[in-house]
Design a protein around this ligand. Structure first.
Ligand SMILES: Cc1ncc(COP(=O)(O)O)c(C=O)c1O
Length: 390
């Protein structure tokens, strides 16, 4: 019997990722040292008490049933966390948990859009923004995220006919992959613009705790009028190193949250109770010091990578947030995919081509800050000694 996937799936190409990964495996089999900066999962670990909550919950047979929805303690803990951390009042009916922001954002267009509706998305941007819009049948319009505009959208340059059909806009700061942050005024302008054009704002706040140089991560929801126009995805993945546990939230406008909830109730039976209990611990204990230490470690890694590469002749800027570094490829190269392949082959250093994040990512690469300072310095030495920059 011949089996074919849906035409819908043909849209997604594994292309360069599969190719680079095959090359990595082949090199490792031959005993070559590979330093992999392409994976965006932290090498740090979750706080002990959070792990203990999960273990404790998982040891009780009665926790293995469907939860169907959030346990009340989880919503309560999140409301208190938002007040403490962002000085922002949120209420239980303004919250729905998702299996990671990835899942929530992936289903957003399905919950909000009809045929002909447009999703306004950043280019370059995190890939689920575009995949979710496509899977939900929305048309995609990409706004450029450029250094000359401080990586902020030029909202007044979006054409009128696009605005008329636009259902939602996704913005995300600190932003993956460009590592930029947004000033407070930006959110105020965005809220006024969204009200004027009747466009839902979706702020993806995955990196509120990974922000550098003394800046402090905030919440879109702490801005006046935010809940009238939109929602925020808030993830425990990167702050608390819980990427595998899959627990995040869509928070804000009640109607938008209700739509996401209604859709989710069709295909999901709720997050495993011990994971919800672990999330309660993460949101309730005081992790200020834990988060500060972690932020400093990421910042030291960023400095080691960016200063180290600049010192060997590859001038790279320092990003302002996220667990990544985003940099233009060395001048003599013209394609980010070709550069990544040659970098891997000649040096054993693996990073992600910027083109994976949209057409405007071409000419750039992304490094995840998931290696220690020592490993990062070793990788820089490998790059230097290979002669690839000469
Ligand atoms: C910008 C951005 N949004 C969302 C996610 C997914 O987060 P979660 O683990 O909550 O699904 C990531 C993960 O790398 C991300 O970089």
């Amino acid at each position: 019997m011949e089996i074919h996937s849906s035409k819908r799936l043909e849209h997604f190409k594994t292309g360069i990722f599969a190719f680079l990964d095959e090359k990595r495996i082949e090199m490792e089999k031959k005993g070559r040292k590979v330093v992999n900066f392409s994976i965006g999962t932290p090498d740090f670990t979750a706080p002990d008490e959070v792990v203990a909550s999960l273990v404790n919950g998982a040891s009780k047979p009665e926790t293995y049933g469907y939860t169907l929805t959030e346990i009340p303690e989880l919503k309560d803990a999140l409301c208190k966390y938002y007040k403490r951390r962002f000085n922002c009042d949120i209420f239980p009916d303004e919250i729905t948990a998702t299996n990671g922001s990835q899942e929530g954002i992936g289903h957003l267009a399905m919950a909000l859009c009809d045929k002909g509706d447009i999703a306004l998305l950043p280019n370059p941007g995190y890939p689920i923004f575009s995949a979710g819009a496509y899977l939900g049948g929305a048309d995609e319009y990409y706004y450029p995220v450029l250094e000359e505009n401080n990586y902020l959208p030029k909202l007044d340059e979006i054409p009128e006919d696009v605005l008329k059909r636009a259902k939602y806009i996704i913005v995300s700061y600190p932003s993956n992959p460009v590592c930029a942050i947004a000033p407070d005024e930006f959110y105020d302008e965005l809220i006024a613009w969204a009200k004027k054009h009747n466009i839902i704002v979706v702020h993806d706040n995955a990196y509120s705790d990974i922000i550098y140089d003394g800046n402090i991560g905030g919440s879109f929801l702490s801005h006046e009028g935010a809940k009238d126009v939109g929602i925020e995805f808030f993830s425990l993945s990167k702050s608390f190193n819980l990427t595998g546990a899959r627990v995040s939230f869509a928070i804000g406008n009640k109607e938008v949250v209700a739509a996401i909830k209604k859709l989710r109730s069709q295909y999901d039976f709720g997050i495993f109770r011990p994971i919800q209990e672990a999330a309660v611990t993460a949101l309730t204990e005081d992790y200020t010091e834990f988060l500060e230490n972690q932020r400093m470690k990421y910042q030291l890694r960023r400095d080691a990578l960016c200063d180290g590469l600049s010192a060997i002749g590859w001038k790279v800027p320092k990003g302002k947030g996220t667990m990544f570094a985003w940099m233009p490829i060395p001048e003599k190269f013209t394609s980010s995919e070709a550069f990544c392949f040659e970098l891997l082959e000649k040096t054993g250093v693996l990073c992600t081509p910027g083109s994976a994040f949209g057409s405007l990512g071409e000419g750039y690469v992304r490094f995840a800050l998931t290696k220690t300072v020592e490993e990062t310095q070793m990788a820089i030495k490998m790059i230097d000694e290979s002669g690839i920059l000469k």
